[in-house]
Design a protein around this ligand. Sequence first.
Ligand SMILES: Cc1cc2nc3c(=O)[nH]c(=O)nc-3n(C[C@H](O)[C@H](O)[C@H](O)COP(=O)(O)OP(=O)(O)OC[C@H]3O[C@@H](n4cnc5c(N)ncnc54)[C@H](O)[C@@H]3O)c2cc1C
Length: 394
Amino acid sequence: MDETLDAIIVGGGMVGAAVAAALGQAGMSVALVEGGGPPAAIPDDAPFDLRVSSLNLASQRLLEEVGAWSYIPAARRCPFLHIEASDAAEKRHIRFNAAELELPGFGHFVENRVIRRALWQRLAELPGVTTICHAGPVAWVPGGHRSLLELDDGRMLAARLVVGADGAASHTRELAGIATRDEDYGQRALIINVRTRLPQQDVSWQRFTPAGPQAMLPLPGQHASLVWYDSAEATLAREALDDDTLRRAIEHDFPARLGGVEAVLGRASFPIRRRHAERYVRPRLALVGDAAHVIHPLAGQGLNLGLQDAEALSRRVIAAFRAGQDPGSRAVLAGYARERRPQTLAMIAAMETFHHVFTGAAPLRFAGAAGLALAERLEGAKRQVMRHALGLQR
Ligand SMILES: Cc1cc2nc3c(=O)[nH]c(=O)nc-3n(C[C@H](O)[C@H](O)[C@H](O)COP(=O)(O)OP(=O)(O)OC[C@H]3O[C@@H](n4cnc5c(N)ncnc54)[C@H](O)[C@@H]3O)c2cc1C
């Protein structure tokens, strides 16, 4: 324990591993403490997992910069060039085309486990990064020059900075005494992996119904991840259906444009909650990703926000390190919190508006549909919305 590391990252999920890769690549000494094991290899022809994320251009850029993007095989990622939203009757549409915005595309849909595996492959190449699996923190002691972290295997680590990247139920956040503001939306999302009758698609669409949104996220080949939001009761009933009954329910309730479902390949449901940490930093400690914020998944921005945290924190920490300054100083961490909290608050506010406008009272729903039509006409507004969603607003 005599050694003082530059950083300890708690949580080797996608966001924690991205911070570790960025700092390790800059030549810093880093310990990554992960409660589970290292991610397993995924054969190119393995069935698609249910947890899939849209990686926007800013997230892709970060993964490229830390040297992980090249480990995501083309066979496991699906690029998308169009995004569409419509009202329940599909009378009003808004469509975003990457080409119109002079972009190569909007991003890719990739399984979470593939992103995580790619990052860990990169970590294995970085001599300054040590991974400690099947371990978690039991105590955190802040100090003037370093933070101490005691692990449940009895080890004691010391570092100039501790980063809590241990997800929505972050124990690091708890040890640091940071409270959260929580809200349960009273909805669940049913994620269903299907084999589609249509060939691979390059559009992701979302239809807003009074019960909640329905979304199609394309996956490689004739595959898609469908997301069906509804009340907890209706979702749990649907989740319990056998594969063929669920397949027929999708064909009946999803828009015809889905083009038919050949088979249901898997399903799982998640409660929809919001959680926001009251602060992102304490002396020599910072929270990133879901440890700091869990947002409504309807716009698929949770991981993108987390990766932007990873980018912002590592950019500031590395700048201090390179300048021979203290990378865990109060000034570095305060700058990080000042940069990221307003971004997250803006995203939370946008998700609240979407949720209430499209699933709220009838007049508000009408406003939602009218809003879609208006936004379609307002090219400038459309561009702004899009740039924000793509993480290009910095
Ligand atoms: C239904 C649904 C759909 C979503 N869709 C999208 C989408 O399309 N796009 C998008 O951007 N986001 C999406 N999200 C959000 C996205 O999944 C999360 O924001 C993202 O997984 C957060 O990553 P993370 O690394 O912060 O946390 P996690 O992925 O939760 O990783 C935390 C890591 O910490 C480890 N850990 C936990 N506790 C400890 C401990 N005590 N000690 C050590 N290690 C610990 C865990 O084992 C894990 O490896 C969705 C979320 C939901 C619920």
